[in-house]
Design a protein around this ligand. Structure first.
Ligand code: SF4
Length: 223
């Protein structure tokens, strides 16, 4: 039987992006295909294994209408999600995917069951990892067939040239897609980003919906 490694299942408010403040059930998968410098999740070593049926039961118990699949990278579990999502859809749940926006082929496998996609565009000057521009472009072209918004984490050493590249990718798909600049959180502390106004100006010149939003759950002190 197919099982998935899950770090935690919990009820809270959405702390990021355009659904900020909404009550959701979060399913946090273990593991990721990337290695961002600011990542807390990669340090987590504990998980439990769930079958599809066990996960559906656990989600129903939390009683929220919206279920956010997050990680780690949930698309690493596309085969497993193909079993879980149809059951949740049948029961009327809204399916929200939080993804690093690099695994287009995996996205296509579960696309039919998704309602909202929150995808990252990783800025190499923030992540200290390799550029992923092509992966993000290919991913966004498909994700834009659903409701989608894009988030990029910005840090003290984020470069304007990376913001420009992210903006060009979004504008090339649809300039009305929301672009959220999220100041990095180190531990529980939100970093002050002096360049954010410049980044906002650059983004706002080419996109219709740009926002500067920190992780609200960190400010509120909730999970
Ligand atoms: S994509 Fe997310 S989970 Fe993966 S390494 Fe980066 S911050 Fe961590």
């Amino acid at each position: 039987m197919l099982k998935a490694k899950i770090v935690e299942i919990f009820s809270s408010i959405q702390g990021e992006g355009s659904y900020l403040g909404q009550a959701q059930t979060f399913v946090r998968f273990y593991g990721c295909n990337l290695n961002c410098a600011f990542c807390d999740e990669q340090k987590k070593k504990r998980f439990e294994e769930y079958s599809a049926g066990e996960l559906v039961t656990a989600v129903i118990k939390k009683k929220n209408k919206v279920v956010s699949f997050t990680g780690g990278e949930p698309l690493l579990y596309a085969d497993f999600l193909k079993q879980v999502l149809p059951e949740l859809k049948k029961k009327g749940f809204v399916i929200y995917l939080e993804t690093n926006g690099t695994l287009k082929n995996k996205l296509l496998e579960i696309m039919d069951f998704l309602d909202i996609i929150s995808m990252d565009i990783k800025l190499p000057s923030s992540t200290k990892d390799r550029p992923l521009w092509k992966e993000h472009r290919d991913f966004l072209k498909e994700a834009a067939k659903k409701e989608v918004f894009v988030k990029s984490v910005i840090a003290k050493d984020t470069l304007l040239q990376d913001i420009k590249k992210a903006v060009a990718i979004i504008a090339g798909v649809n300039k009305r897609i929301f672009f959220i600049l999220q100041p990095v959180t180190i531990g529980d502390k939100i970093q002050k980003i002096k360049s954010y106004k410049r980044f906002m100006e650059e983004s706002g010149a080419k996109l219709d919906n740009v926002r500067f939003i920190p992780q609200a759950h960190k400010i509120l002190g909730v999970k």
